[in-house]
Design a protein around this ligand. Structure first.
Ligand SMILES: NC(=O)c1ccc[n+]([C@@H]2O[C@H](COP(=O)([O-])OP(=O)(O)OC[C@H]3O[C@@H](n4cnc5c(N)ncnc54)[C@H](OP(=O)(O)O)[C@@H]3O)[C@@H](O)[C@H]2O)c1
Length: 262
């Protein structure tokens, strides 16, 4: 499926995005990754390069901030027509109690997770329409299924990504473009490590009830879901159960948090 395809991955220098980049590259695809930090991009490039299966594969890195539309547009430049698959994985998480979080955090998280996704999609879609083919995969989160204590900045940005994906899915279908939205559970990445330094005690107790997947497992499940052209891709079994039983779990986590707060 991925041979001769060019995959553009925002957040491809780390975690889930990097695991996806390696798996796509190992399948023979060309890969371009986007992130801000040049040193991290470079070490990711070395890791991805080790998966090479053919001399014709392109491997490129772009250092740019996805929240800055004009910088992003300039950085992508003429290469826009080359991308068959876009994965919006760039993201940040900033947990904390609503009353403790600085007001500016809400805008920052929304900017990267939601506006960053919109920006890149806006730039890539016109060429996909011209080519009459394309696949856009937006990484949301299981946090966008149940509003969990401690995620008042992060979860709404991921609900926005789900809503956006649902709207453009219908709009783009007639142009030959498919859309998927991914709802990963806790995944062992630098983001999760950072999150854990900020988690309120109650959020920590809630999160302990679920397991943690490896980024490789999450990436493999995403690619499997893409092969089947599934709209909602939920890596791992626990996540699927949580998604299906969301009304029950939502009530349970609410009462659990309220009880612990007392
Ligand atoms: N890990 C989890 O438990 C989990 C669970 C559910 C959903 N997710 C979602 O999955 C996606 C990947 O997360 P991850 O855990 O793999 O995180 P990660 O390891 O921290 O990687 C995040 C990537 O995004 C890039 N990035 C962040 N802000 C950016 C910006 N403004 N412009 C361009 N690139 C930016 C980072 O590079 P630079 O910092 O160098 O820019 C990095 O490459 C995120 O959308 C996250 O919210 C993660």
């Amino acid at each position: 499926m991925k041979k001769n395809k060019h995959v553009l991955i925002s957040g491809g220098s780390s975690g889930i995005g990097l695991a996806l980049a390696k798996q796509f590259f190992a399948e023979g695809a060309s890969v371009t990754i986007i992130a801000r930090r040049k040193d991290v991009l470079l070490s990711a490039q070395h890791e991805i390069e080790r998966q090479r299966v053919g001399p014709e594969q392109i491997l490129d890195t772009i250092s740019v901030d996805v929240t800055k539309f004009s910088d992003l547009s300039a950085a992508l430049g003429k290469s826009l027509s080359n991308f068959d698959i876009l994965i919006n994985s760039a993201g940040i998480a900033y947990p904390g109690k609503f009353i403790d979080l600085d007001q500016k955090i809400f805008g920052e998280v929304m900017d990267v997770n939601y506006i960053g996704t919109v920006n890149l999609t806006k730039l890539i879609v016109p060429k996909m329409i011209k080519n009459k083919t394309g696949y856009i995969v937006n990484i949301s989160s299981l946090a966008a299924v149940i509003g969990i204590y401690g995620y008042s900045a992060y979860a709404p940005s991921k609900y926005a990504v789900r809503g956006f994906s649902r709207c453009i899915r219908a709009e783009l279908k007639s142009y030959g473009i498919d859309v998927s939205v991914v709802l990963p559970p806790d995944t062992d990445t630098p983001q999760l490590e950072f999150e854990r330094t900020l988690l309120p005690e109650i959020t920590h107790e809630i999160n302990k009830k679920g397991g943690v997947l490896s980024p490789e497992k999450v990436a493999a499940d995403i690619i499997k879901g893409m092969r089947k052209k599934k709209f909602t891709i939920i890596p791992g079994l626990e996540g699927k159960i949580l998604y299906l039983l969301a009304p029950i779990f939502g009530r349970y986590f609410y009462h659990f948090a309220v009880k612990m707060e007392k």
